[in-house]
Design a protein around this ligand. Sequence first.
Ligand SMILES: [Zn+2]
Ligand SMILES: [Zn+2]
Length: 143
Amino acid sequence: MDKIFGNCECKKISFEITQEIKYFSHCHCSQCRRSHGSAFGSFIEVEEPFFKYNSGTNNIESYASSKDCLRIFCQICGSNIMFFNKRKPEKYYVSAGTLNKNTILPEAHHVFVGSKASWYEITDNLKQHLEYPKGYIGENKST
Ligand SMILES: [Zn+2]
Ligand SMILES: [Zn+2]
């Protein structure tokens, strides 16, 4: 497979992924909306051994948006790089917006639609889940 490349807006942090992507979601939870400053955050799931930083590891900053969820972003430009669940740190949820624009991804689905912003209407035909899809434990929200 072709490598997938991504970088933050200021290009200090860059990375590559060497795994076929199977999971792609648009998360409408309030934490993703706020940290991305947009209607939802888009993430692909990558297993830790297949993700490698190529530059900028000294510019990585993190924020714990809940007890288990750690969000990684660039300290210079603020781009969201990924989040992971501290109980499941071997799975990274990488922000799809940081990937090269011609990256090919599987069909996405919407998660946490129950927390969706009232001013955003979902008009596509992708699957919608009120919270997590069944059997999925990635992102963990504080209660
Ligand atoms: Zn940056
Ligand atoms: Zn979310």
